[in-house]
Design a protein around this ligand. Structure first.
Ligand code: GLU
Length: 472
C-alpha cells in the first residue's frame, strides 16, 4: 500500500496549536513511510471561511517548515466532483431527498429531548422515493444509514471501536442549496486523493462511523484510522484561549522557535522513553502511532518555554541569529554590524527563554539605554563603590585594545588591588553600564556595550552615587 496522509484544516480561524500537532503526526508518519503528505483547505463553509484564515494557515505551515507533497487543494474548486458523487449515491439508492421542514425537524427534536431520547432524524422521507415525487419545495440529500448492526472503526491508537448504527441517523450529504456537507466532501477527497491513513482528533470518532457508511456506499476502500486524544489545559479543560495563546503565529510573535514548538507538540501525546528533545530527523525515525497516548494531554506553557530554551542554547548560531533578527529590529536595535549582533545573540542564548526576552535584554548593547533601574541602584551603587568605579573608568578610558580578555584583566586588577572579591566590583560595574543587574559575563558585557557607552553610563552612575551619598 502506498502511504498517504493529509492535513485538511477548515480556514475559519487561526491555525490552532492542536491542529498543528495533528498536522505534525500526519507529516511525520508520511515522511517516515516515504509516503505522500497532502494539504487541503476545507473551505466549503463560505460564511465562516476567510481569506485571512487561509493566509494565516499557509504562513503557519511555512514557518513550521511542514512541507507538503500535494496541495493546497481547495474544496471550493471541487464542487462539480462532489455533485457527481452525490448523484452517484442517489442513483445507487444510497441517498434520498428529504423535504422535511425546519418546523417538523424542530418539533421532532423537542419531542425526543422531552422523552430523554438522543435527538436524531426519524427517517420520515426515507421510505419510498416515489412518495416524494409529489413533494415540492426545497430538500436536502440524506444518506441511508443501515438501521441496525454496527460499524467497527479499526483504530491504530484505540484498537477496534464499535459504534451501533442505531446511534447514527441519516446524515445530510447535500444542503438545500445543493452544496455538499463536510462528511461528503471529506470522504470524496480522501478517496480521490488516495489517502491511506486518516490521523485526526478523537472528536471526529463518531464522524468516522458516519463516514465509513459513505465510503461503503461509494464502494471505496476504508482508510486506516488513528484518532488522537485531545489537548487540554493544565486544568483538565479543553485547550482554549482562556489558557493563553492558541494560534501558532502568536507563538512565533512571542519568540518561540518553530523547531521547539514542533518538538514540544510531538511530545504532547507521544513519547519515546524519557527523551524530551528530538531533532526532526529523530522524530521522523522514531514516531509511531502505537506509541501515541490514549488519554488527553495537558498543554503546559512552562514546559514549552523550557524546550524553547534548550533549542535557543543549542541551535546553530547563524540560524538562531536569523530567527532573532526580527525581534531586535522590532525594538529599533541597529543590527547592521553582523558580527556584533551574532556575538550578542551568542552571549544571551544561555540566559533567556524566548527571543522576545533576548531582544529586550539586549537593548543596552545597541546604544539603547533607558536609565539605571532603581532597585539595582539601591542595592549596588553605594558610596563604597564610588572609588573603584572611578578607577575603572580611568583605566577603561585608556585601554587600547577593547577586547574581552583585556577588559577582564582590568576588572580583576582593580578588585585585587583593593582586596575585593571580583563580584563586589563586577556587579556594580554591570549595573553602571547596563542599568540592570543581569547580563552576560562582565568582560563580554563591557565589550558589547562598547567604550563610548560604557564611559558615558559610568559617569551617570558615578553622579547617581554622589547624589545618594550627599542626600544621605
Ligand atoms: N476540516 C476538518 C477539521 O478541521 C477536517 C477533519 C478531518 O480530519 O477530517 O476539523
Amino acid at each position: 500500500m502506498t502511504i498517504a496522509t493529509r492535513f485538511p484544516p477548515s480556514p475559519t480561524g487561526d491555525l490552532h496549536i492542536g491542529s498543528v500537532r495533528t498536522a505534525l503526526y500526519n507529516y511525520l508518519f508520511a515522511r517516515q513511510q516515504e509516503g505522500r503528505f497532502v494539504f487541503r483547505l476545507e473551505d466549503t463553509d463560505r460564511e465562516r471561511s476567510t481569506e485571512q484564515a487561509v493566509q494565516n494557515i499557509l504562513a503557519g505551515m511555512n514557518w513550521l517548515g511542514l512541507d507538503y507533497d500535494e496541495g493546497p487543494h481547495y474544496q471550493t474548486a471541487r464542487f462539480a466532483r462532489y455533485e457527481e458523487k452525490i448523484a452517484e449515491l442517489k442513483h445507487s439508492g444510497h441517498a434520498y431527498k428529504c423535504y422535511c421542514t425546519k418546523q417538523r425537524l424542530d418539533s421532532l427534536r423537542d419531542e425526543q429531548v422531552a422523552s430523554q431520547l438522543t435527538p436524531k432524524y426519524d427517517g420520515h422521507c426515507r421510505g419510498s422515493q416515489e412518495n416524494n415525487h409529489d413533494k415540492s419545495g426545497s430538500f436536502v440529500m440524506r444518506l441511508k444509514t443501515p438501521l441496525d448492526g454496527h460499524v467497527i472503526v479499526r483504530d491504530e491508537i484505540r484498537g477496534d471501536v464499535k459504534i451501533e448504527n442505531s446511534q447514527l441517523d441519516d446524515l445530510i450529504i447535500a444542503r438545500s442549496d445543493g452544496t455538499p456537507t463536510y462528511h461528503l466532501t471529506v470522504v470524496v477527497d480522501d478517496i480521490d486523493m488516495e489517502i491511506s491513513h486518516v490521523i485526526r482528533g478523537d472528536d471526529h470518532l463518531s464522524n468516522t462511523a458516519r463516514q465509513i457508511h459513505i465510503i461503503n456506499a461509494l464502494n471505496a476502500q476504508i482508510p486506516v484510522y488513528a484518532h488522537i486524544p485531545m489537548i487540554n489545559g493544565t486544568d483538565g479543560k479543553r485547550l482554549s484561549k482562556r489558557h493563553g495563546a492558541v494560534s501558532v503565529l502568536e507563538y512565533r510573535e512571542n519568540g518561540i522557535l518553530p523547531e521547539a514548538l514542533l518538538n514540544y507538540l510531538a511530545r504532547l501525546g507521544w513519547s519515546h522513553g524519557d527523551q524530551e528533545i528530538f531533532s526532526m530527523d529523530e522524530m521522523r525515525e522514531l514516531f509511531s502511532l502505537s506509541a501515541v497516548n490514549k488519554s488527553a494531554a495537558a498543554f503546559d506553557p512552562d514546559k514549552l518555554l523550557w524546550v524553547n530554551q534548550q533549542y535557543i542554547q543549542s541551535m546553530e548560531i547563524d540560524r538562531l541569529a536569523s530567527y532573532a533578527a526580527p525581534f531586535f529590529l522590532a525594538r529599533g536595535l541597529d543590527i547592521e554590524a553582523r558580527e556584533k549582533f551574532v556575538a550578542v545573540v551568542d552571549a544571551q542564548r544561555t540566559r533567556v527563554k524566548d527571543l522576545m526576552e533576548m531582544a529586550d535584554k539586549s537593548a543596552p548593547f545597541f546604544g539603547k539605554f533607558s536609565g539605571h533601574e532603581e532597585s539595582a541602584v539601591k542595592k549596588h551603587l553605594r558610596g563604597v563603590v564610588a572609588e573603584p568605579l572611578q578607577a575603572l573608568r580611568e583605566r577603561l578610558s585608556e585601554l587600547e585594545d577593547w577586547s574581552p580578555n583585556k577588559l577582564q584583566a582590568i576588572v580583576e586588577q582593580v578588585a585585587e588591588e583593593r582586596e575585593l572579591k571580583l563580584g563586589k566590583i563586577a556587579q556594580p560595574l554591570r549595573v553602571a553600564v547596563t542599568g540592570g543587574s543581569a547580563s552576560p559575563g562582565i568582560e563580554v558585557t563591557l565589550w558589547l556595550v562598547g567604550r563610548e557607552q560604557c564611559l558615558e553610563r559610568l559617569d551617570i552612575a558615578l553622579q547617581l552615587i554622589r547624589d545618594r551619598v550627599s542626600s544621605a
